[in-house]
Structure formats: structure tokens, C-alpha cells
Design a protein around this ligand. Structure first.
Ligand SMILES: CC(C)(COP(=O)(O)OP(=O)(O)OC[C@H]1O[C@@H](n2cnc3c(N)ncnc32)[C@H](O)[C@@H]1OP(=O)(O)O)[C@@H](O)C(=O)NCCC(=O)NCCS
Length: 183
């Protein structure tokens, strides 16, 4: 599905359009992901993992756009994609249908301006409306900004996956498991 389009105003007055990207945006998604992976180690992928496959992105976004429950919340400044958030069902089995998984990233230049909180609030409201009972995510233990934002939005920390990530410099990082359970 695609969410209803809406706007978010950055503190300097620039208008951000919030809507769901589709297969037509595959190249923008690819460029966004490649850029954000170069900017931070907080995502699963490293630039060494190679370029994103455009055909796979297109197929995935086609599938999400046609799914009843899964959706994207994307942020555009003019034509540029500056942030993305995805809500995906954890699994197709009956016992998993109440659970959604969330991932998000914003270009560094646009972080710390409330955009992430706005995208998250939009996603939580839509996830609940789509029948999910909880939204789950994993976050690097040293990603203090993300952990702060998620806690502020109502997520709770439920566990830790030790040494979940091994960085190119050989250091390890734990993954903190968080969930937002709808009342
Ligand atoms: C994590 C992320 C999505 C947050 O989005 P954002 O737009 O920067 O978040 P917001 O501006 O809405 O909120 C950030 C909060 O962190 C706070 N913050 C800023 N710097 C901080 C720091 N060094 N330590 C703790 N909190 C900090 C802000 O004050 C704000 O909190 P407040 O609303 O209580 O004042 C975004 O920074 C991002 O995409 N980062 C890079 C990729 C990433 O880490 N993705 C998440 C993977 S799990």
C-alpha cells in the first residue's frame, strides 16, 4: 500500500513531502542507500558489499506498493529522496502476522531536525491501522541518537544480540532489540 501524502516543515521553513516511494523511484532509493551507508556505520550494509541491485529494488517496491499491510514512508526535498522508512511483516505465517519490522535512514544533512520523529509517528499510526500489534527494530548499541528517538516515540528495549555486527576495522557492536507494542 501507499500512505496518504503529507508535508513536514524543516526548522528553516523548507517543505518536505512525505509519501511512499514506488518502483518508479528505484534509482533514487539506490542512490540514497549508497550515500547513507557511506555516511554512517549504523546500517547493516557497508559500501564494500557492492552496489544495490536496481532490479531487486524495483521488484521489492512493486510488491510493497501492492501489499495490503506493508508500506514505505519516504521523505523528499523537491525531487531528492532524503529519508526512507520501511514497514515489513516479520513473516507470512499465522503466528507472525501481528509483528512488523521497521528500518529507517535519513541523510546526515537532514538529521536532528525532527524529521525522523515525524516519519516514525506516521509509520506507527499506519502500522496500527494496518492491523499490526507491534513494531520491532534492531539498533547498534552506539547509535545513541536513534535509541533516544525510538525511546521518545514509545519503543522499549527488550534485549541485546551480542557482537551482532563486525565492522571493517575488526571491532564488534551489539544490536539492541526494541519494540513498540500497541495498547
Ligand atoms: C536515527 C535517525 C533516523 C533519527 O532521525 P532524526 O531526524 O535525526 O531524529 P529527530 O531529529 O526526530 O530526533 C533526534 C533526537 O535525538 C536527539 N539527539 C541529537 N543528538 C543526540 C546525541 N548525540 N545523543 C542523544 N540524543 C541526541 C535530538 O535532540 C532529538 O531528541 P529530542 O526530540 O528529544 O530533542 C537519523 O538520525 C538517521 O537516519 N541516522 C543515520 C542512519 C541511522 O542511524 N538509522 C537508524 C538505524 S537503526
Amino acid at each position: 500500500m501507499r500512505i496518504k501524502e503529507r508535508s513536514y516543515m524543516l526548522p528553516d521553513g523548507r517543505k518536505i513531502t512525505i509519501k511512499s516511494a514506488g518502483p518508479e523511484d528505484a534509482l533514487k532509493i539506490k542512490l540514497h542507500r549508497e550515500k547513507v551507508c557511506r555516511e554512517t556505520h549504523f546500517l547493516a550494509r557497508e559500501p564494500e558489499d557492492g552496489p544495490w541491485n536496481l532490479e531487486m529494488i524495483k521488484a521489492r517496491f512493486e510488491r510493497v506498493a501492492n501489499d495490503d499491510r506493508e508500506f514505505m514512508v519516504d521523505a523528499y526535498l523537491g525531487d531528492e529522496l532524503i529519508g526512507e522508512l520501511g514497514i515489513t511483516g516479520v513473516g507470512p505465517h499465522v503466528k507472525y502476522l501481528h509483528r512488523a519490522y521497521l528500518g529507517m535512514s535519513i541523510l546526515q544533512e537532514y538529521t536532528g531536525e525532527g524529521l525522523g520523529s515525524f516519519m516514525m509517528a506516521t509509520a506507527l499510526k499506519q502500522a496500527k491501522a494496518n492491523g499490526y500489534e507491534q513494531v520491532e527494530l534492531g539498533v547498534y548499541s552506539d547509535n545513541l541518537i536513534a535509541r533516544h528517538m525510538y525511546s521518545k516515540m514509545g519503543f522499549k528495549e527488550y534485549g541485546m544480540n551480542p557482537r551482532a555486527f563486525k565492522l571493517p576495522d575488526g571491532s564488534y557492536n551489539d544490536e539492541i532489540i526494541m519494540a513498540y507494542i500497541f495498547e
